[in-house]
Each structure stands twice: as C-alpha cells, then as structure tokens.
Design a protein around this ligand. Structure first.
Ligand code: NDP
Ligand code: BG6
Length: 537
C-alpha cells in the first residue's frame, strides 16, 4: 500500500524466503510474530516504538498474525496500555478513511504484562500469555481474524529500558520466554556501554544468553532515509564513486545539531555526554558507510565486514583533535533559555560536554590525510544533520582569481573571476535533500562565475511522507535483516577510536568551552577546523 514495502516485497524476500532463518527457525508463512516492548511505560516506547508498529500495521507491512505486548514494572491493564498508546498514534502517512478503524484493530492486538526486569516469574507469566495468543485461544479479542493455532511462534523483544538492566532482562526473558520452535530476537537500544571495557562486558554478558544472530543492536540513524541512500548514491552512480577518495575529496564533515537542550533526559545524558550520545554511534556509523570499500554484495555480513575494516583503519582520536563545549543560559527576545547545569537532574558543576567537534583520520590508501570532521551539539541555533563533502580545487588556473576587463564604450570595469570548490551535501534532516554545489556562469555578456546548486529536494521529488527510522528497523528485525544493525566487532572497533580520548577528557577534567543556548557553539570548533585547513559548511 502507498508504495511502501509489503511483508513479501522483492528486496525483503531475500531475507524471508527459504525455509530457515539464520537463527534456526522456519520463517514467516505459517508463523506468528509477538513483539514485546520491554519498558513499555517509557519515553521511547511511547514516542517511537508503538507509533512505528502502528505505522507498519497501517501500511500492511506487519505479518498477518502478530501480537504486541508491553512489559514494565508499572501496573497497567491491557485497556490502560491501549489508552496510553492511542494518545501517540497518528495516521501520518495519509488520512485514509479507515484510519480510526485501523487504530482500533491495532489496539486490539496490544496487551500488557507487568513484572520486574530481573524476575523469571514475570517473564514466565508473559510466556504463558504469549502462548495463549500464539495458539489462538483468544479469538474473541481478534474478531475472528486470529486463527493461528499450529503456526510457528516467533518472538521479538525490544529492550527500551535503561542500559543497567539490559542483561537482567535478557537473562530472565531468554530463559523463560524464548520461543520453543521459532526464532527469538532481541533489539537492544543504545548506549552499548561507556567505553571499550564496559561495552565488551555488555557483549560478553549478552552472549551468555544469546547468539550474536539474536542480538539486534539498534542505531536509529541507520534507519534514516538519507543514510540508506548514501550507499545507493555512491555505488550506483558512475559520477560519484570514482571521485570518492583522497584524490578528489579535501575533507568530509559530519554535522549534528539540535536547537533544544537535554530537556527531560539530563539524568541519562550527564553520564554519557555528546561524544558517546551522538558521535561514537550515529556519526561514526554514517562515516563508516561513507568511507567503506565496495561490499561484495548487499548481504548484511558483507556490508558489516566493510564497515569493520574501515573503522579498524581509523586512528585513535587524540585530545588535541577534540574541542568540547557546554551550553550556558541565555536570554533573547524576552525569553530565558536555561543552562545545561540548570537541569535539576544534572549534578551542579557538571563538566559533561553538550557539544564536541573532532578531527578523525582513516589511515588507509583511499583516505590517507583526509580530515573527517565531526561536530555535534545540543541547544544550538538550528536543528540539522548533514554530511558535507568538500572537493579539492580544480587544478590549473583557467578560472582562477584574476582580473579581467569587461564592458566597453568607455565604461570598462574590472571584475574578479572566482571559483568555489564543489561541495556535495546530504541533508539527513530536516527537509531531506542531496545537493551538489557547482560553478556556473552567470548569464550575461560578462564572465562571472556563480556557485549554484544541483538540488534533489525530497519533498518536491518524492511527496509521500518518509517513514520514521524506527519503522524500517523494526520491520528489518522482524524479517531477520541485519544490515542496519551493529555487529559486536563493529562496536569494538568504534569504541577503540573514542575510548582513549574520553578517558583523557575525564582524567584531565577538561573544562568545556561555554556557549550560549541557541548560538552556533564554541569558537574553538572553528580553530580546530582551521588547523586542518577546513571551514565548516
Ligand atoms: P525511560 O527512562 O523512559 O525508561 C523506560 C522504562 O524503564 C521506564 O518507563 C521504567 O518503567 C523503566 N525504568 C526506568 N528507570 C529504571 C530503573 N532505574 N530501573 C529499572 N527500570 C527503570 O527510558 P527511555 O524510554 O527514554 O529510553 C529507553 C532506552 O532507549 C534507553 O536505553 C535509552 O538510552 C534509549 N534511547 C532513548 C531515546 C529517547 O528518545 N528516549 C533515544 C535513543 C535511545 P517501569 O518503571 O514501568 O518499569
Ligand atoms: C538519540 C540521542 O540517540 O538521538 C538523543 O540519545 C538525540 O540525545 C536523538 O536527541 C536524536 O535523534 P533524531 O532522530 O531526533 O535526530
């Protein structure tokens, strides 16, 4: 429907065709899927996960026989869960006439089980209820559309909980609520540790109970449309891939900025900071996709092998290649914006960075010497996420800086001819776009160059609304498609780049440069870029 992939659409068939999935179970077709959102009472579940599940249902992308369960400690009835979820559901793709019917049908498939996270009792009770649904005992609730007895039961758990209880949940749920005949998969939310050591420990603990194939480490930036398109752009257009190296690219910038602070999440954030929250995962994942070699195929392992290779070729980040900042309070137009440390959940005197800029390098033949500059910050002047590729200058001096006489009849003037270097921009959000800055002649009798854009603005070219990243990733997890999830060796390689500098920043108690809420961030970021001969785009 609506141009969105159906559960058996062609690309996805690759993952779901055949009798067996990699985690050992027969796949859809004769199967049921139960999706349990652990931490169902929380912010992410309400804001993203339930709405994404509904959007998938609305677009006919979920398997026919599915059930959604919420699990958390809060006491709630099925009805109360449905009321809570219904507040965040929207028919955002289009306002079809049957929207409210669809919502009602979806909510009938949602159930709740309250329990402790480290309690096998709680998950045993969940298991009992899951079996009831899987065996189709509860036909009444499903208006006779739910006859799945005898089908293979598959189970997906989404860990939407604080990281300190990931292992408790996996231990209890894997022991008591795993599917006996079908697959059992766990989507794990970030953060995956705070450094190499804690991340390694988390991986080891998860692997006591789960095979790597069962673990779907989510980085929602990999589910964003423009990030998905990065590989298509590179590998399916002759005009880009030949230029994709140190021979033609001067620098690459990965920019993330938000125009709001840590509002409501200061408690979590203070323990992590912007480098762990955004750079080590979201921006580094984009960088890996940007810089990897051509994979052997689009198979998840082939792509992830290439990402690991490029991450392992990266230099450890050094203190001198990092600038950190923290937002301070600011008044503008009669409005007062709080400082980071004004957040009541942030310890007073915190030096946790809410902004960072860094220069990274990939020591391989393709990228030797090319700075990859990252910049990420909260409470800045704008919200945007972009990849900017600045190309080298055109060799020779045909249109270089020189003066030339134009005009005639006594009015001769001199005009400066200039040329800018090309820049390719992938705007991940908002207003998704890909544009290439080129030099072009300004029409007229003179010879003046202008920098113009070849612009692919998604809202004009593709008017249909773009699915949320969580929709794509949930659907992939249901279908066993691992391409957009992080493998444990990728994670190790990613932490190896950032762990030493995080330790140095903390050991040396490096004070962040303060910047006003709503500003462009610390001036130190410009000096850092200038050290590498770069101007931020
Ligand atoms: P919440 O803080 O809202 O926690 C989710 C649920 O977990 C709560 O409703 C609560 O349920 C339970 N919980 C909270 N604190 C504790 C605790 N100390 N011990 C035991 N249970 C607790 O988290 P979010 O929903 O914001 O995030 C969930 C996960 O997703 C986290 O790992 C987070 O890092 C990650 N994430 C969140 C994003 C967001 O925008 N919120 C974005 C990206 C990742 P109850 O009390 O009912 O058991
Ligand atoms: C999360 C971070 O991973 O990504 C948040 O923890 C951040 O701090 C969020 O706000 C940004 O995601 P998006 O999709 O809104 O850009």
């Amino acid at each position: 429907a609506n141009g969105r992939p159906q559960i058996s659409a062609s690309f996805r068939d690759v993952a779901i065709d055949g009798a067996q999935s990699e985690d050992g179970a027969p796949e859809q077709g004769g199967s049921t899927v139960s999706i349990t959102v652990v931490g169902a009472s929380g912010d992410l579940a309400k804001k993203k996960i339930f709405p994404a599940l509904f959007a998938l249902y609305y677009e006919d992308c979920l398997p026919e026989h599915f059930t959604v369960f919420g699990y958390a400690r809060s006491k709630m009835s099925d009805e109360e869960l449905r009321n809570m979820i219904s507040l965040t559901l929207t028919c955002r793709i289009d306002q079809r006439e049957n929207c409210s019917d669809k919502m009602e049908q979806f909510l009938k498939r949602c159930f709740y089980q309250s329990g402790q996270y480290n309690s096998e009792e709680g998950f045993s009770e969940l298991d009992r209820k899951l079996k009831e649904k899987e065996n189709g005992y509860d036909c009444e609730a499903h208006a006779n559309t739910y006859h799945q007895a005898g089908k293979v039961p598959n189970r997906l758990f989404y860990l939407s909980i604080p990281p300190n209880i990931f292992v408790d949940v996996v231990r209890s749920a894997s022991r008591t609520a795993s599917s006996q005949d079908g697959w059992t998969r766990f989507i794990v939310e970030k953060p995956f540790g705070r450094d190499s050591e804690s991340s390694g420990e988390l991986t080891r603990n998860l692997k006591k109970y789960l095979a790597e194939e069962q673990i779907f480490r989510i980085d929602h930036y990999l589910g964003k449309e423009l990030v998905e398109n990065l590989s298509v752009l590179r590998f399916s257009n002759l005009v880009f891939e030949p230029l994709w190296s140190r021979n033609y690219i001067r620098n690459v910038q990965l920019i993330f900025s938000e125009d709001f602070g840590t509002e409501g999440r200061g408690g979590y954030f203070d323990n992590y900071g912007i480098i762990r929250d955004i750079m080590q995962n979201h921006l580094l994942q984009i960088l890996a996709l940007f810089a990897m070699e051509t994979p052997v195929s689009l198979d998840a392992e082939d792509i992830r092998n290439e990402k690991v290779k490029v991450l392992r070729s990266m230099r450890q980040l050094r203190l001198e290649d990092v600038v950190v900042g923290q937002y301070k309070g600011h008044s503008k137009g009669g409005k007062t914006y709080p400082a980071y440390v004004d957040d009541p959940t942030v310890p007073s005197g915190s030096i946790t960075p809410t902004f960072a800029a860094a220069a990274l390098f990939i020591d391989n033949a393709r990228w030797d010497g090319v700075p990859f500059l990252m910049k990420a910050g909260k409470a800045l002047h704008t919200r945007r996420a972009e990849i900017r590729v600045q190309f080298r200058r055109v060799p020779g001096n045909l249109y270089g800086r020189r003066r030339r006489s134009v005009g005639g009849g006594g009015t001769t003037a001199t005009r400066e001819l200039e040329k800018a270097t090309n820049e390719l921009v992938l705007r991940v959000q908002p207003d998704e776009a890909i544009y290439l800055k080129i030099n072009s002649k300004v029409p007229g009798l003179g010879m003046r160059l202008d920098s113009s854009d070849l612009n692919l603005l998604y809202s004009e070219r593709y008017p249909a609304e773009i699915p949320d990243a969580y929709e794509r990733l949930l659907l992939d997890a249901i279908e066993g498609e691992r391409r957009l999830f992080i493998r444990s060796d990728e994670l190790d390689a990613a932490w190896a780049i950032f762990t030493p500098v995080l330790a140095d920043l903390e050991a040396n108690k490096v004070a962040p440069e303060l910047y006003p809420y709503g500003s462009r961030g610390p001036v130190g970021a410009h000096y850092l870029a200038a050290n590498h001969n770069v101007r931020w785009g």
